[in-house]
Design a protein. Structure first.
Length: 516
């Protein structure tokens, strides 16, 4: 039996709150499984490939991340139009948009292959790749380009599964592919394969994944048709109009989260890419975990905005922001206090010195995007993509400029600062003001009632744990897990104590009556 308090929090069976909680939990669960596998695989892959070769793989991964821009923002538009027309029962329109998107994605695949071919020859001129790794790097880049080109068109059909909100089907396929893809990587690398084998394993996984998801789409919608003749110019215009601003948002996210490795490889050295990534991976995983869980807010926000229900939107933003920080805070405090010990046990002493400070800086850096994710979800759901694009582009450009300027004097720590500072300004100041002003919610009230309690609890937890003497330089996994549990427990105690003795922090976030 679900406790009464939890039922109140999640909502009754069949309610919007219960549905969002279930979908968010499922998506978060898949992400956690993926993160655990990546965590376990990372030191093993570094050991097999070597620091320099693994750094080359990270550069290739970052570079090809930009190739995803070739879809011109069609991907989010496909889901939008499929979901809308599926809800109306208009299967003809669903088929029209799906086949138009397939054709558009096919053209994008050709663009990706061309870009991969060009960068294949430019790699050693742009990045400081060791001479003996150039040949493998070129082949791996071509294979990764083929991987993206093959997978893109079939995303049009897998979008049908998303449009029907069958996240359970997607999650089962994603978990299966997690096992198969990483099993192939272990097998190939253990037999002496390098980054080319790694790229081939991912290519094979993509082909199987797209086949499974497309097959699921046809099972869920028997009237779905693969018929490219249904594609037309008007549907293409609709997809591109909707997706144009998504391109800017995507580009900005690439500048924020993928450019760091390229800046380091260009201005510092390839081995430094691995050192930076070692420190960045855990803060980044925490950010992505909570984004995966919070993404379900977007469609709910769109429906409430269409009904001009600003009070409900205020509750979603306040509850979402508070929940996101409350979930992230104990994890980020753990990294701040015990992160260096964790790296020491995970990667060994030779990898810790430079990576620990990067982890500390980025633990602060990801806190701001996590806190503001409900605003991002509302902007997507309420079709405020133009404003979101402007803010995202500002953050991306500032990130790139500061990272380049600080890479020389401060090394990889300067690049981390270049990520953290713009994130704090955009996500804690500018984005909240833009969204809250639209719905007539006072910024100060929101800060007090949404952010004050979890931030205060995090601060107290940090101060208390920093005073704990551990008396060991090489902790075991049992101690590290115990410290994680203790951090979460202490945060919970402080959280409930603040709610009991400072109840004004739990006030509602209400819009002004004259809000537009």
């Amino acid at each position: 039996m679900i406790p009464r308090r939890l039922t109140t929090l999640l909502g009754e069976r069949g309610s919007l709150a219960r549905m969002l909680a279930g979908q968010g939990a499922g998506s978060a669960g898949v992400f956690v499984a993926t993160a655990i596998v990546a965590f376990a695989m990372r030191p093993w892959m570094i050991g097999w490939l070597g620091t320099s070769t693994f750094g080359v793989w990270l550069i290739i991964s970052s570079l090809t991340g930009y190739f995803g821009l070739a879809d011109l923002g069609v991907r989010p538009a496909v889901v939008h139009f499929i979901a809308r027309n599926d809800a109306r029962g208009d299967i003809d329109e669903v088929n029209r948009y799906v086949n138009t998107a397939f054709s558009a994605f096919g053209l994008c695949g050709l663009v990706i292959l061309a870009a991969a071919g060009i960068f294949t020859w430019l790699l050693p001129d742009i990045f400081q790749i060791p001479p003996d790794a150039v040949s493998d790097a070129r082949i791996a880049l071509l294979v990764v380009g083929l991987d993206l080109a093959v997978g893109l068109p079939w995303n049009a059909y897998s979008a049908v599964v998303i449009g029907k909100r069958r996240y359970d089907v997607l999650n089962r396929i994603n978990l299966l592919m997690l096992v198969l893809r990483n099993g192939a990587i272990v097998l190939l690398l253990s037999q002496g394969g390098g980054i080319v084998a790694l790229a081939l394993a991912n290519l094979g996984g993509t082909v199987l994944e797209m086949a499974l998801k497309s097959g699921a789409a046809f099972r869920l919608e028997p009237r779905l048709r693969f018929r490219l003749g249904l594609a037309n110019r008007e549907a293409a215009k609709d997809l591109l109009r909707y997706g144009m601003m998504a391109v800017v948002v995507t580009l900005s996210l690439q500048l924020v989260w993928l450019t760091d490795a390229m800046v380091i490889g260009w201005l510092i050295a390839v081995p430094a890419v691995t050192a930076f990534s070692n420190g960045a991976v855990l803060p980044s995983q925490i950010r992505q975990l909570l984004a995966a869980a919070g993404r379900v807010i977007e469609p709910a926000a769109g429906a409430l905005d269409a009904r001009d229900d600003h009070r409900a939107l205020g509750r979603i933003m306040r509850g979402g922001a508070r929940t996101m920080i409350a979930l992230a805070a104990p994890m980020l405090v753990y990294l701040l206090v015990f992160g260096e010990m964790f790296l020491l046990r995970w990667l060994g002493p030779e990898e810790v010195e430079k990576s620990a400070l990067v982890m500390t800086v980025l633990a602060f850096g990801v806190a701001a995007p996590i806190a503001s994710y409900p605003f991002v979800a509302v902007m997507y759901g309420a079709n405020q993509v133009r404003a979101l694009a402007g803010l995202s582009l500002l953050e991306g450009i500032a990130n790139l400029a500061i990272s380049i300027s600080l890479a020389g004097p401060l090394g990889i720590v300067g690049v981390a600062i270049g990520t953290a500072v713009p994130a704090a300004v955009v996500h804690l100041v500018l984005m909240p003001r833009v969204v809250l002003r639209r719905y007539g919610v006072p910024w100060g009230d929101f800060m007090l009632h949404a952010w004050a309690r979890p931030l205060a609890a995090a601060g107290v937890t940090w101060v208390v744990l920093s005073a704990v003497p551990l008396g060991t330089d090489a902790p075991g996994w049992a101690l590290l897990v115990g410290l994680a549990a203790g951090t979460a427990a202490l945060f919970g105690v402080v959280w409930f104590a603040l709610g009991r003795f400072l109840p004004f922090l739990d006030g509602a976030v209400e819009p002004k009556e004259d809000a537009a």
